[in-house]
Every structure is written in structure tokens, then in C-alpha cells.
Design a binder for this molecule. Structure first.
Ligand code: GTP
Ligand code: MG
Length: 207
């Protein structure tokens, strides 16, 4: 499926304020990223409804199986998905699905991405390497995405150009910084994705 398709043109109308031509429309968006980058935190922070979470306690049984260097204090992990909702305006509602970060649950991506128009890739600059495989998979699926750097206080800050190079992103992929705990910041990241989807759809229309 080509995600930058007529669906996007139908879903996103850019009239200065992302207005739709008619009626409220729901758009499915996925929050994705490596283990412990803040996906569940982001969905919970930005959702206007109590988020659905599927957190399970991490136990000794996962030692040696789960890849968790750098996230030693983490007590729970997503085992299926997160779900939340945010109304951008009266006509555009985003349904947010967060993926599990542990690679052993990545088989669930197939269902989670079904019908999604785009994704926000959360990145933790202390562990950029956990994002490589995620981005490769999105590119393989041809899912449009923006990169949102979750600015953990103790994380190194790199120039966005350096991050673009490190993540091997094309010039067109937007990179924004955010705080996954902050609603307005997460909303801005989602708006960056909406704007990007519009740009892709408009380019396709004129092609
Ligand atoms: N300081 C700080 N902590 C954060 C931020 N985002 C998330 N956290 C914390 O980091 C930890 C990981 O967050 P989660 O939201 O569970 O990460 P996740 O990506 O959903 O993790 P998995 O589902 O296990 O892959 C939690 O303890 C959060 O409270 C942030 O922006 N700043
Ligand atoms: Mg999670």
C-alpha cells in the first residue's frame, strides 16, 4: 500500500490550519520507536481520553532476551500496544497507536500499522542505535514518518543535521524535538506529521 495516497488527500486538507473539507474524520497514527524511548508516555500525555495501555512488569525472565541497556530503571514494558485519541480541531481526530518497543513483540506491527497514514518515530539520543531498525522497517513499509527526539534531560543534544546523518534520513523527513511527558509538545510533533503528510499528498497531486 502506498501510504502517501489519496487517503491522505482525503484526510488532510491544508487551509492554514489543517482544516478538512467536510465532517469530522479520524486518522490513524502510530507512535513507534525502540525500547524505552517514551512511546507509552507520549500517547498517555497527549491523549484526551484515558489511554489504553498494555504494560507488564519486566522480570528477571527477560534478562538476556530483552534489549535494555541504558534503561535499567524501567519497571514495565508495553506488550501489545498503547491507544489514545486527540482532536486536532473539530474536524480532525487522531487515533494514536503506540507500538511495543521490545523486538520480540514486533510481529504485532502488522496489525498496528494496518490503515495508518503515518508515524512519529521517537528517538532517545542516548541510544540512537535502537532507532535504526525501526526506521528501516518504516521505509520498507513505505510509511511516512517524522522523527521526534524525546529530550530526556540527561541526553546529549546533537545538531539536527548530525542526527539526520546518523539516522541516514533523507532531507525531506522532518525532525522535531519534544518532551514525551508534555501534551503541547507531543501535539506539536503530531502536527509536524500532519503537515508532512499534507506536503507528500500535495506533491503527489501535482506529479
Ligand atoms: N525524564 C524523562 N523521562 C521520560 C520521558 N519520556 C519517558 N520518560 C520515562 O522513561 C521511561 C520509559 O517510558 P515509556 O513511555 O514506558 O517508554 P516506551 O517507549 O513506551 O517503552 P516500551 O514500551 O517498553 O518500549 C518511563 O519511566 C518514563 O517515565 C521524558 O521525556 N523525560
Ligand atoms: Mg511502551
Amino acid at each position: 500500500m502506498d501510504y502517501a495516497s489519496s487517503d491522505v488527500r482525503e484526510a488532510v486538507r491544508h487551509d492554514g490550519d489543517l482544516l478538512l473539507s467536510h465532517g469530522a474524520r479520524g486518522v490513524k497514527v502510530v507512535v513507534v520507536g525502540g525500547f524505552g524511548v517514551g512511546k507509552t508516555t507520549m500517547v498517555g500525555a497527549v491523549s484526551e481520553i484515558p489511554p489504553l495501555t498494555t504494560e507488564e512488569t519486566m522480570t528477571q525472565a527477560g534478562v538476556g532476551i530483552d534489549h535494555n541497556p541504558g534503561v535499567k530503571d524501567k519497571k514495565t514494558t508495553t506488550v501489545a500496544m498503547d491507544f489514545g485519541r486527540i482532536s486536532i480541531n473539530e474536524e480532525l481526530i487522531l487515533y494514536l497507536f503506540g507500538t511495543p518497543g521490545q523486538e520480540r513483540f514486533w510481529f504485532l506491527w502488522n496489525g498496528i500499522f494496518e490503515g495508518a497514514l503515518g508515524a512519529v518515530v521517537l528517538v532517545d539520543t542516548r541510544r540512537i542505535e535502537v532507532s535504526f531498525e525501526v526506521i528501516t522497517r518504516l521505509e520498507d513499509r513505505r510509511v511516512p514518518f517524522v522523527v521526534a527526539v524525546n529530550a530526556f534531560p540527561e541526553a546529549p543534544q546533537y545538531p539536527l543535521g548530525d542526527l539526520r546523518t546518523a539516522l541516514a534520513l533523507s532531507e525531506t523527513v522532518p525532525i522535531v524535538t519534544c518532551d514525551a511527558r508534555d501534551r503541547a509538545s507531543c501535539r506539536d510533533a503530531l502536527l509536524a506529521l500532519m503537515g508532512y503528510l499534507y506536503t507528500l499528498a500535495a506533491a503527489q497531486e501535482t506529479a
